[in-house]
Design a protein around this ligand. Structure first.
Ligand SMILES: [Zn+2]
Length: 198
């Protein structure tokens, strides 16, 4: 880094100080990265003028490298939910050992990273792939999973759904802090059942 400023760019005073600053930039599901700034602080006019900062390109590379470093952790999260690498490879029609290469940071593109992040936060997406990306199954799965998550916070949560010619109909209620109302009636569902997975 070459700092050539010797005078304040605003008032021309040489009563200046070169200061450095660091900004932390968030990377999804990975360690944040730091962006370095250099600026000129003038003790006379009190101006702070930016001289140099890491470019967008440099920052994109740092973020990508941090994302790459997070791959083993993300894949382990999928594995811990009961989906081993081989099942993941079969479901996504990937060549054998692809996942292990990803873990080593090999063949990791932005698309691979995005896919792995989706899977880490919702490993059930693998089941959707296994069902041939059937939209109806996918929607039901995502809603069931959402209900399951709500139930973790509120065990009084109940959800019912029925399926008819128009699609799925859902009814749900959280009974904590809620007095059961007469209109909380699920009996009009011909075929009701507690939504799957909760
Ligand atoms: Zn100045």
């Amino acid at each position: 880094m070459l700092i050539t400023e010797t005078k304040c760019p605003i008032c021309g005073s040489d009563n200046i100080e070169i200061k450095k600053d660091i900004k932390s930039i968030r990377v999804p599901l990975a360690e944040p990265v730091q962006q370095n700034f250099v600026y000129c602080h003038c003790k006379d006019c009190l101006a702070d003028v930016l001289i140099e900062s890491e470019s967008k390109k440099e920052m994109a590379k740092k973020s990508f490298d941090s994302g790459k470093a997070s791959m083993p952790l993300l894949i382990d999260k999928v594995k811990k939910s009961g989906i081993p690498d081989t099942r993941l490879e079969r479901a996504l029609r990937l060549a054998p050992h692809t996942v292990s290469r990803w873990k080593q940071g090999k063949q990791v593109s932005a698309a691979v990273m995005a896919l792995t992040r989706y899977l880490a936060i919702m490993p059930e997406l693998v089941e959707i792939a296994e069902k041939g990306f059937d939209e109806k199954f996918a929607r039901k799965k995502i809603i069931s999973k959402t209900f399951e998550k709500i139930k973790e916070y509120d065990d009084s949560f109940q959800a019912y759904y029925c399926e008819n010619e128009f699609g799925y109909h859902f009814k749900c209620s959280a009974l904590k802090n809620h007095i059961l109302q007469e209109e909380d009636d699920y009996s009009n569902f011909e075929k009701y059942e507690l939504a799957e997975a909760i």
